[in-house]
Design a binder for this molecule. Structure first.
Ligand code: BTN
Length: 129
C-alpha cells in the first residue's frame, strides 16, 4: 500500500488546478492554486497556498488543511480541510471541504459573507516512482 504524498499536481471536479511543490519534514507545505471558477466570473490568477499536514512520515492517511490567498483578482480567502486516501489500485484522492470568505462592506452584511462546499482532488499526472 502506497502512502499519500501531497506534493504534485492535482485537479478537482471543477477543473481547478493545485500544485503542491514543497512539503517540509514537519508537515508544512506550500504551492499554487489556479481556480477555474470565481465569484465575479472573471479571470483568475495562480494564487499562493499554505498548509499543514498531520502525521507527516507516519503510517495512516493524513489529514491536512490549507488556505489560499487569492492573488490580485479577489480579496476573498478560502480555507480547506481534508484527508488523503489511496484505493486498492494506488489511486490517490483528496477529499476536502472549504469555507470561502468574501469581503463585505459592513457588519450588517456579515451573514452572507461565507460559503461552504466540498471538493475532491485527484492527480493530474500520475507520479512515477
Ligand atoms: C474569488 O472568486 O473571489 C476567489 C476564488 C474562489 C474559488 C473557489 S474556492 C472553493 C471552490 N473550489 C475551487 O476550486 N474554486 C472555488
Amino acid at each position: 500500500e502506497r502512502k499519500c504524498q501531497l506534493n504534485g499536481l492535482w485537479r478537482n471536479e471543477q477543473d481547478s488546478l493545485m500544485e503542491i511543490s514543497v512539503v517540509r519534514d514537519n508537515g508544512d507545505f506550500q504551492g499554487k492554486y489556479l481556480t477555474r471558477v470565481t465569484l465575479a466570473g472573471g479571470c483568475a490568477r495562480a494564487s499562493p497556498l499554505k498548509g499543514a499536514q498531520q502525521q507527516p512520515g507516519e503510517g495512516g492517511w493524513p489529514t491536512f488543511a490549507f488556505t489560499v490567498r487569492w492573488d490580485k483578482f479577489s480579496n476573498a480567502t478560502t480555507a480547506f480541510t481534508g484527508q488523503c486516501f489511496v484505493d486498492m489500485s494506488g489511486k490517490e484522492t483528496l477529499t476536502t471541504m472549504w469555507l470561502l470568505r468574501e469581503a463585505v462592506g459592513s457588519l450588517k452584511e456579515d451573514w452572507k459573507a461565507t460559503r461552504v462546499g466540498r471538493n475532491v482532488f485527484t492527480r493530474k499526472r500520475t507520479q512515477k516512482e
